[in-house]
Design a protein around this ligand. Sequence first.
Ligand code: A3P
Length: 315
Amino acid sequence: MEEIHQKNDEEDELLSSLPKVWAWGFTYMYNYKGFWYRPQVTQSMVSCQKHFEAQNTDTIIATFPKSGTTWLKALSFAILTRAQYPSSQSPLLSFNPHHLVPFLEFELYLNKPVPDLSALPSPRIFGTHMAYSLLPESIQNSTCRVVYICRNPLDAFVSLWHFINKGVGETLPLEECFDDFCQGIAGCGPFFDHVLGYWKQSLERPYKVLFLTYEDLKEDTTGTHLKRLAEFLGCPFSLEEERDGVIEEISKLCSFNMLKDMEHNKTGNSILDFENKTLFRRGEVGDWINLLTPEMVERLTNIMEQKLAGSGIVF
Ligand code: A3P
């Protein structure tokens, strides 16, 4: 498939200086400071790094693609704005989470004049798939908070493969895509470098980076992780809220079935050309079993054990 993308001179100059590979059977990816990106995103990241001014009250939702971004954006938005909007009047009932929490490099800085974000009302919440080391300096150096969610790489890969298939409108060669993923070649990858970058920061600066997992959130029947999230975001649930069932309400509002069935999430686009409905597929832990062969599972599990050895991250 031919890569269709209008490039400008500045972008051409940047891209021509970077290593590139043909990846996943449909696109070139460029290695920018250790991480792989599609051409237009490489340029928007650079623009974001140059121009984005974090405010101390900002929240940044950071993820590797297909790790629960939509979910975490919804939860963080609902938690941070609950004084303004009780669940029954939440903007989540009318807008996709990516509309309410826009991506920096996939939306605000992508193929557009540099946006003026200074007038956005507080609390500003943004999303990013950038690696920690690539975040704009103002994010790293201000007291804004970063929440990261990571997911078992087997599920993240499977979810990504299905999602990209929908985006390009054809079935990509599974073996080739998997091989690329195992070698670290995937948009925003290598997966493990991405995860470990945020993990390290969450250990060194726990007040700055909160590290969550998709699997923990899925099991969170008692609201433990939602309470952690609210505390980290500086707006812990009060005893009264707990008693009144506010945690359960937010959990329900942001649940897979609830979001998936909302009319505005079945139509339209919120990220690039991807239809909103493609953001909600199965929403389960362990769906890799339905796609990957035992050999594939063994290969990626071995890489995972090697890469995460001694880190303390367990799936
Ligand atoms: P599956 O493809 O395994 O179903 P992202 O939001 O980072 O793009 O991740 C997408 C994955 O999260 C998809 O996984 C999607 O179905 C799942 N997902 C979306 N909303 C969810 C929610 N509210 N709760 C749990 N999983 C959700």
